[in-house]
Design a protein around this ligand. Structure first.
Ligand code: ZN
Length: 649
């Protein structure tokens, strides 16, 4: 935790109490009520089929029992959005419509980075407006013609904020220079400049006499001679291109794709993308997710296409749950991002085309992230864009409905490739399919697939069936992690809950479930504190360090999850609080204290007995040990220590 000024801490605290974590997390994860104060859903931080991700409504924290991620609303937003902590605070405030005090950052570098990112977003807003305006102007005629040829109407063009980058190196720069300094423009990814090695001394760029020499940019050189020295250096990277903004999930442009209108090969690639910048990392962005996310949630599936034009066409045809991977193979991050909205996906690109390897990687990744995948194969030669333009949206809708389950699709392909005349070709088909099956994380699903495959391939040999089943199921077995949690007794859990309740009282009044005023005098925290401290019962327990941290804090803080000193202890605490079983009563707390006493005396007794076995023990010490032994034995026999439920070891 960083120690900022108390005023900003107060702000965060207030904000946190206002921000219902269940609602905020609900923006990203489909949550179901799982208990009195618990909600659960599929973890956005790891792939899973059964919900092990929990959110505690009253205590306002989340914890995943699968991967162990846990934290408060800010940590959640920070992780899920992959932003800094101050940015997460800002975003939560935005979601709640709470005005922000001046944000404080934990380091000047962090503050600077955040400032740069904010400014770069502004640059993109301005650049986007510039491109849109250029599309409307006379010089945008060719671009308008191109878009018309692609069947895009005005509504679609404005929805996707499509624009045009004029065939000039300077118009954009001149438009932006009034508002932003050059340093920033260089970071935006929208400009190029000619490096000449010798003058690149730590940011001293203003001195260089930049001479731009490039065959196709004659007017550029001519113009640049009249510019002041410093500004001569940069020129538009995107020229004479139709510009498609790439947006983040919030719909803010963070990069562009430019489709060239020149036929000249020297004009560069057909599609040109912004490079990676502080606000744009292509492996984390899905094209059109900002527009599509609501529809994906509602329809409970997404349509994945390859290119931006395909995506725009499919969207314009009324299928709003479409997103594109922007030509590259999917990344794990993109799969996780998409999985937050739905784990059902219809993949609409032809796995047999030139990009077959990338396609296979994409599909493999989706399998690994436990997506339920269907494959939509259009007639040869048709991409989604062309298909919709030629055959119409109804035909596309019908094609979507007829899409095939991924593994059926694979089996069909294997059958086509290896005609199953004899067992030899069947073995080949099986071996062709195996790597695909082995990517499935869930053992039961793999097992089912193996069975399905042997049926569909008509494998009647018991040996071959067995081999297939074996190969499919014995994938690198996912290790079951032995958590510290398992080693903590029920008594410890009760006492930890009791200690943690000290903070609950203070934070109370804001949560959704106001605790009914049960037994006013009973304060489980004080009862537990007293017993643990006076007898030091926590010593030697698996939860010792956690208990110490809670005891140390007393009732000083409202944020119980900030107390544990290690990551393990934090997880342990989260796990215990998340599974708050029964109500704490004076009896349960007392029972837990008794159980710890028993554990404590038994352990001491063992120590004494070990001590007594030592050879050559001085008589005096021996006497003392014997006395202790009697004392512990007597204590253990005390009816007050009698077990109510015979749980403790
Ligand atoms: Zn998880």
């Amino acid at each position: 935790m960083n120690s900022n000024s108390t005023s900003s801490d107060n702000f965060k605290e207030t904000l946190k109490q206002q921000a219902d974590i269940v609602r905020i997390v609900g923006d990203y994860v489909k949550l179901k009520k799982a208990g009195a104060q618990n909600f659960s859903g599929l973890c956005p931080f790891h792939a899973e089929k059964t919900a092990s991700f929990s959110v505690h409504a009253t205590r306002q924290f989340f914890h995943c029992f699968g991967c162990g991620e846990s934290g408060d609303v800010f940590t959640f937003v920070q992780k899920v959005e992959n932003i800094t902590f101050p940015e997460a605070v800002r975003l939560v405030a935005q979601k709640l419509g709470v005005p922000l005090p001046k944000v404080s950052f934990s380091s000047p570098a962090e503050a600077r980075d955040a400032q740069v990112r904010m400014a770069l977003l502004d640059v993109h807003v301005r650049a986007g407006a510039f491109f849109q305006e250029s599309l409307r102007r006379p010089e945008g005629a060719n671009a308008r013609e191109y878009l018309k040829g692609r069947g895009l109407d005005a509504e679609t063009i404005s929805r996707f904020r499509i624009g045009y980058a004029p065939d000039s190196g300077f118009l954009l720069r001149d438009a932006l220079r009034r508002e932003f300094d050059e340093e920033l423009l260089r970071e935006s990814g929208l400009f190029s400049w000619k490096e000449d090695g010798r003058s690149q001394v730590s940011g001293v760029r203003s001195q260089q006499k930049q001479v731009l020499r490039s065959a196709q940019d004659d007017n550029l050189v001519e113009k640049s001679d009249q510019e002041p020295k410093a500004a001569a250096a940069i020129y538009s990277k995107f020229r004479n291109r139709v510009m498609f903004p790439i947006c983040n999930e919030q719909g803010k442009a963070i990069a562009f794709t430019g489709r060239t209108l020149s036929t000249d090969e020297k004009a560069g690639p057909k599609y040109l993308n912004s490079p990676e910048t502080p606000i744009y990392s292509k492996s984390r962005v899905l094209f059109n997710l900002d527009n599509a996310k609501e529809a994906i949630r509602k329809l409970e599936y997404s349509i994945l296409v390859e290119g931006q034009m395909d995506c725009i066409s499919v969207y314009a045809a009324g299928f709003h749950n479409v997103i594109a991977s922007s030509g590259t193979a999917f990344t794990e991050l993109q799969a996780k991002l998409l999985g937050r909205f739905s784990k059902n996906v219809v993949v609409n690109f032809d796995p047999d085309t030139a990009g077959a390897r990338a396609t296979e990687r994409t599909l493999g990744l989706l399998v690994e992230e436990e997506f339920s995948i269907r494959v939509l194969t259009l007639e040869t030669g048709f991409d989604p864009d062309l298909f919709i333009r030629r055959k119409g949206k109804d035909a596309y809708g019908a094609a979507l409905k007829s899409s095939q389950k991924y593994f059926d699709y694979l089996i069909d392909r294997a059958r086509a490739q290896f005609p199953l005349r004899n067992s030899e070709s069947k073995v080949k088909a099986v071996n062709h399919l195996l790597p695909h099956i082995q990517r499935v994380p869930n053992r039961i699903v793999r097992d089912e697939l193996a069975l399905e495959i042997s049926q569909k391939l008509g494998i009647d040999s018991a040996v071959l069936r067995q081999e297939l089943k074996h190969a499919a199921t014995t994938r690198s077995a996912t290790a079951v992690t032995a958590s510290a949690e398992a080693q903590v007794t029920g008594a410890e859990r009760v006492l930890i809950r009791a200690l943690a309740s000290a903070t609950e009282m203070q934070a109370g009044g804001t949560g959704s479930s106001a605790r009914e005023g049960t037994e006013k005098e009973f304060d489980p925290a004080r009862q537990a504190q007293y017993a643990l401290q006076s007898e030091r019962l926590y010593e030697g327990l698996g939860s010792q360090s956690l208990m110490e941290a809670l005891l140390e804090a007393g009732t000083e803080t409202a944020d119980v999850m900030a107390l544990p000193k290690t990551e393990d202890d934090r997880r342990l605490l989260a796990a215990i609080l998340m599974s708050e079983e029964e109500e704490l009563t004076p009896e349960t707390v007392e029972g837990a204290v008794r159980a710890l006493r028993r554990i404590y005396y038994r352990r001491r007794l063992e120590e004494v007995q070990l001590g007594l076995q030592r050879a050559g023990l001085p008589l005096e010490e021996r006497q003392a040990l014997l006395q202790e032994k009697v004392r512990f034995k007597r204590a253990l026999m005390d009816p007050g220590l009698a077990e109510t439920g015979s749980k403790a070891s």
